[in-house]
Design a protein around this ligand. Structure first.
Ligand code: CNA
Length: 296
């Protein structure tokens, strides 16, 4: 009896205890940080998975180095590889996955503070998550702008040009390339990214999903939640933010999800789609979840 009185937050969390906590309404400000792994099931490859990831399959783009495809100075000289990739990834070709629908379910339950996604595929929007609940930290294909005059476009305005294998040029200045508003290496992050400064200190649960936590400064956000905020990693391999600079000590807020001394982190290693279905089942939201997925 004594033990059951202790708040769930005073215990080292597990996947199951977090499910229980969600079910009991103990987490009210859940932040999601996600990456390419959550969209793999929709048919979009991630970057870093060996064999299937984009970086392992870039021969056809003839790049000097893998990241060049998203490098702004390389793009200025040679935009073709990016647009070849854009043709493959363009919104409208893919369906959201159960993980994306889970985000919507959290929103419906009024416990979603925000989804911070590194993905550019707009699948969170496609699942119906409200725009003000999504931070597309690396931008997205949803809008585009002229690299010369700054004129703004919608995805649909340049879609047919991209799909026909051509480079979209600005119809106003007739000089600049219209580039989807995806943040390239060497560019400023989307303005909304800075919402993290007020969001993260308020979180009571952080779920990190389908990301290798390799891209800065996004990966650093995992340490910005309060010290008593539980963090759950759902990924098919263990990941950690490897840099030590800026952290007060090795286990400072458990930035290594696999550290034993991490008192407030839980992990579920395996396919994220399977794990989310299991989580939903444990929470007891199965019926609504299925209904939500059918609706799409
Ligand atoms: P990443 O570095 O490729 O990492 C993906 C992570 O997800 C890896 O740890 C994988 O092991 C893991 N993973 C893959 N499939 C699954 C699965 N089914 N279940 C659980 N885990 C899985 O990608 P990040 O997102 O970490 O890197 C950031 C880049 C990737 C961002 O700048 C994105 O713009 C970029 N990206 C986005 C997309 C997209 O929008 N869908 C696709 C490819 C790359």
């Amino acid at each position: 009896k004594q033990i059951s009185k202790i708040s769930i937050k005073a215990q080292v969390p597990t996947f199951e205890s977090i499910a229980r906590g969600i079910s009991k309404g103990e987490y009210k400000k859940i932040i999601i940080m996600c990456g390419a792994g959550i969209s793999v099931a929709s048919g979009i490859p991630d970057f870093r998975s060996p064999k299937t990831g984009l970086y392992a399959n870039l021969e056809k783009y003839n790049l000097p180095y893998p990241e060049a495809i998203f490098d702004i100075s390389y793009f200025a000289e040679k935009p073709e590889p990016f647009f070849t990739l854009a043709r493959e990834l363009y919104p409208g070709n893919f369906e959201p996955t159960p993980v994306h629908h889970f985000f919507k379910l959290l929103e419906k339950k009024n416990v979603l503070k925000r989804v911070y996604t590194q993905n550019i595929d707009t699948l969170e929007r496609c699942a119906g998550v409200s725009e003000n609940k999504i931070v597309e930290a690396h931008g997205s294909f949803a809008t585009a702008s002229c690299q010369n005059c700054g004129e703004e476009y919608k995805a649909i305005d340049i879609k047919s040009t991209i799909m026909s294998g051509k480079i979209p040029y600005c119809k106003y200045c007739e000089k600049g390339i219209v580039k989807p508003d995806i943040t390239f290496f060497g560019e400023q992050l989307a303005q909304k990214f800075w919402w993290h400064e007020s969001d993260f200190p308020k979180a009571d649960l952080l779920i990190v999903m389908g990301t290798s936590l390799q891209v800065e400064p996004f990966c650093d956000l995992i340490k910005n939640v309060p010290q008593n905020c539980h963090r759950l990693l759902i990924n098919n391999v263990e990941v950690a933010v490897n840099r030590s600079s800026g952290y007060r000590k090795k286990t400072d807020m458990g930035f290594k999800f696999n550290e034993k001394s991490n008192y407030r982190d839980a992990k579920k290693i395996g396919d994220c789609q399977k794990s989310i279905k299991e989580l939903v089942e444990l929470i007891g939201w199965n019926k609504e979840f299925k209904k939500l997925m059918k609706k799409k």
